[in-house]
Design a protein around this ligand. Structure first.
Ligand code: HSE
Length: 328
């Protein structure tokens, strides 16, 4: 498979490093960051590009843009891993549309375009006979999309609920365990690099709500929008609230839940027993899927991180190789 990689931040770097070191049969023919790009249809020397980026801050030639790479390189799959813009989805949305127009498969970790324009993009991908895959948008390394489409094939999905934001989970864990204030815990979470560029997306529950929208549209195809989610963040929680929860052998977690039959679509801090499977520690994510046949399945794992997210991206590319074959 030939692929172009658009975005060379934490996720892009992880993808590039894993393709270079694990050699899973993916040749990178184009790379772009926000400032520059490079194209080599025979295969880019990934180590050299990463070193150039480390030294200069740019991955290639400033005269080559991301759109140039998408339009001019020879490839089968666009790997789109630029930062999320939840309001417009741009510039990722434009990149994905341009690659779909050229009948290229899409693999993205970008929540903005999938939450905003899933219906349009999936219809366009279908029309062009290519795949639109976005495992990395929800739950990081947790294979939730693969589980839904393959493992639970034939099941009716009744509900989905879980911990979808690692930053909030880290803050709540630290506040309960160490008695830190919300501000202290948030500062630590930011230093770990898991928080969004604007951490209000995390603490106000917006990031978790975006992921819930992606899941709802994937499972039920019901045109769910961010504005439909009933939203309460963790930014007003006090250490006292967590202390009180502890006294009842409970704790507080930011839970995202979608239960269409009950018209429930919400993200809110919830009091839960410490022994509950959704009570995961630190930056972990956890997700319960409730179905008619399998009943409850809970998946737990790392919801963010450079290499962890690369796991989801590479899994999607190899899925395309196995299900769509290599294009001529
Ligand atoms: N800011 C997100 C989180 C990153 O904390 O979960 C992964 O989407």
């Amino acid at each position: 498979m030939k692929a172009v990689l658009i975005g060379l931040g934490s996720v892009g770097r992880g993808v590039a490093e894993m393709i270079a070191t694990k050699n899973p049969g993916i040749t990178i023919t184009g790379i772009a960051d926000s400032k520059s790009g490079c194209i080599c249809n025979e295969g880019i020397d990934i180590a050299a590009v990463l070193e150039h980026k480390r030294r200069t801050g740019a991955c290639g030639d400033p005269a080559i843009s991301a759109m140039d790479v998408i339009k001019k390189a020879d490839y089968d799959v666009l790997i789109e891993v630029t930062p999320t813009n939840a309001l417009t989805g741009e510039p990722a949305l434009g990149y994905i549309r341009a690659a779909l127009a050229k009948k290229k498969h899409i693999v993205t970790s970008n929540k903005g375009p999938i939450a905003l324009a899933y219906k349009e993009l999936s219809a366009l991908a279908k029309k062009k006979g290519v795949a639109l895959r976005y495992e990395a948008t929800v739950g990081g390394a947790i294979p939730i999309m693969h589980t839904l489409e393959d493992g639970l094939n034939g099941n009716e999905i009744i509900a989905i609920y879980g911990v979808l934001n690692g930053t909030c989970n880290y803050i709540l864990t630290r506040m309960a365990a160490e008695g830190l204030t919300y501000e202290q815990a948030l500062m630590e979470a930011r230093e770990m690099g898991y928080a969004e560029a604007d951490p209000t997306y995390d603490v106000k529950g917006i990031d978790a709500a975006i992921k819930l929208v992606i899941l709802a549209n994937t499972i039920w195809g019901n045109g769910t929008k961010l504005a439909d989610v009933d939203l309460t963040g963790i930014d007003l929680l006090t250490p006292d609230a967590l202390r009180l929860a502890e006294e009842g052998d409970c704790t507080i977690r930011l839970i995202a839940e979608a239960i269409p039959k009950k018209k429930i679509l919400r993200v809110s801090p919830r009091l839960i027993e410490k022994s509950h499977p959704l009570v995961v520690e630190g930056t972990l994510n956890a997700l319960t899927i409730e179905t008619d046949m399998a009943k409850e399945i809970t998946l737990t794992g790392r919801g963010a991180g450079s290499i962890e997210t690369a796991s989801a991206i590479i899994g999607d590319i190899l899925y395309i190789r196995d299900h769509y074959g290599k294009r001529a």
